[in-house]
Structures are given as structure tokens and as C-alpha cells.
Design a protein around this ligand. Structure first.
Ligand SMILES: [Fe+2]
Ligand SMILES: [Fe+2]
Length: 259
């Protein structure tokens, strides 16, 4: 008999693994593996984006006995060694998504880092000096990456991993002056065109734990510092439940594009 239990995804971002983090994360990864079917990491995996930090994180992740899917965050780019960080994590079995999609237990997961630029009517526009246009173009390219990842998915159940926030609701709590650096409404547009079960992001350490897109999709800010402060008596990850897809439904939606 197939299980009726929902699938559970343990989500957390902003681990900010440093050279001194050995031994500090493996307990949480083991705990998440006991209660969840997969682990989702929402960027800022390393503190300075150093390969040395990534090796320490990879060692800690040996305690995770479930599939691990991740996106990188801005901190993972700090030392311009993001490709090596990605490779080290991939060698440790982590699926690092950068405008790509994967499938875990029949659930589609689309992932991209995202970028900054502000929200709603305060979104920075592509106008004026070339550096402003380059900045805005980066936000547009990240939104396109998310869109192309979503377009590949054929599964009935879908999750999205981001580092930056796609909505203003989960940045509330931070100083309003820095809202434009915490995310971009441009990331929300593909989420309206391609409905998903839930969106998970990090980056916003002092924001709000949950909100919704304009189309009603739940958005969870899973930055570890925020989870620790908001839910001090719980392990520092958020459990997201997704209905289990029957084999019949999987066959119905199977497509070479989702492989
Ligand atoms: Fe962070
Ligand atoms: Fe960040």
C-alpha cells in the first residue's frame, strides 16, 4: 500500500559555514534527515564563499541521509570562487540549482539565487547610467533563470528555492532602507505564471517567516538566524509538507523535459 503521509522537506538557508563550523551543523542535518524526506538549502551556505568553508560544509553534510538540494547565496560569491564552492558541494552529493530543476520523490524543485532591486512600485528600473542598467539586468536574468527552471517541470507538485526574497512580505522587520537589497518583485512574476506549492528563500535574517505572492502562493523565509529567533524551541529548519504523487499521476505527467 502506498503511504498516504505527505512528503516532508526540511528547509533552511544562511548556514554561513565558516572555517570554525566543523561539528556545529551535522546534528541539525541528522535531525532533519530523521523527520524529512529531503533537505533544501536556501543559499549563503558559506560565509565568505571560500572553498575551505565549502569543504567543511561538505563534511558536515555527511550526516544528512536524505537528498540535499541547494541554491547559492550572495555570500557564496564573495571570494569569486562560487564555481569551486558549487563543485565541492556537488561532489558531496548536493544538487546545486542555478536556473535548473530537479525531481525529488516525484516533487519538482526549481532553483535560482535571485537578486536584489526592490519591490512593487519601488522596483529599480533600467534607466540612466550603464551600471544601473547592469544591476537591473542581473535581476532580470535571475528571474529568467527561475522562469526557465519552472518551465521544465512537469510534476503536479512543485517547490521553488531562492536566496533573495520574491515578495516584500517576508522582508518586513528589516530596516526599510535596505528592502531593495533583500529581493526583487521581478522574481514574483514567474511564480504567477507557473503556480507552485511553496517558495522558500533565505538572505533576510531579520525579516518575517512567511508571506504570500499576489497569486496566493505561500512564501517562507527560512534564514537560519530568523528561524532560531522566531522558533527558539524548534530545530532550526522549517518543515514543508507536500502531497505524495501517486504512480498513476507521475506517469500522467512524465515528460522527457522533466528528466
Ligand atoms: Fe545570509
Ligand atoms: Fe544573503
Amino acid at each position: 500500500m502506498p503511504s498516504e503521509d505527505p512528503l516532508r522537506f526540511a528547509a533552511v538557508g544562511d548556514l554561513h559555514c565558516t572555517k570554525d563550523s566543523a561539528g556545529t551543523l551535522r546534528g541539525m542535518f541528522a535531525q532533519a534527515s530523521e523527520v524529512a524526506d529531503a533537505l533544501l538549502l536556501c543559499g549563503d551556505l558559506c560565509d565568505y564563499g571560500l572553498p575551505e568553508e565549502a569543504h567543511i560544509l561538505a563534511d558536515e553534510l555527511a550526516a544528512a541521509s536524505v537528498p540535499v538540494v541547494a541554491v547559492l547565496g550572495n555570500h557564496d560569491f564573495e571570494s569569486d570562487a562560487q564555481d569551486e564552492v558549487r563543485r565541492i558541494l556537488a561532489d558531496a552529493g548536493v544538487q546545486v540549482l542555478d536556473g535548473e530543476a530537479c525531481e525529488i520523490h516525484g516533487v519538482g524543485i526549481a532553483g535560482a539565487k535571485g537578486f536584489a532591486g526592490g519591490f512593487g512600485r519601488a522596483t529599480l528600473g533600467s534607466w540612466g547610467e550603464r551600471p544601473i542598467k547592469q544591476f537591473v539586468n542581473e535581476a532580470i536574468q535571475e528571474a529568467l533563470k527561475l522562469e526557465s527552471a519552472l518551465a521544465k517541470l512537469r510534476t503536479p507538485e512543485r517547490l521553488v528555492l531562492l536566496h533573495y526574497s520574491p515578495i516584500v512580505g517576508t522582508v518586513q522587520g528589516e530596516p526599510v532602507e535596505i528592502f531593495p537589497f533583500l529581493g526583487s518583485s521581478r522574481l514574483e512574476e514567474p511564480l504567477i505564471r507557473y503556480p507552485v506549492n511553496a517558495v522558500l528563500h533565505g538572505h533576510v535574517h531579520r525579516g518575517f517567516p512567511e508571506g504570500k505572492t499576489v497569486s496566493g502562493t505561500p512564501v517562507y523565509n527560512v534564514a537560519m538566524p530568523l528561524l532560531k529567533r522566531t522558533f527558539p524551541h524548534r530545530p532550526p529548519f522549517r518543515l514543508i509538507e507536500v502531497p505524495r504523487t501517486s504512480e498513476h499521476e507521475m506517469l500522467l505527467h512524465a515528460s522527457p523535459a522533466s528528466a
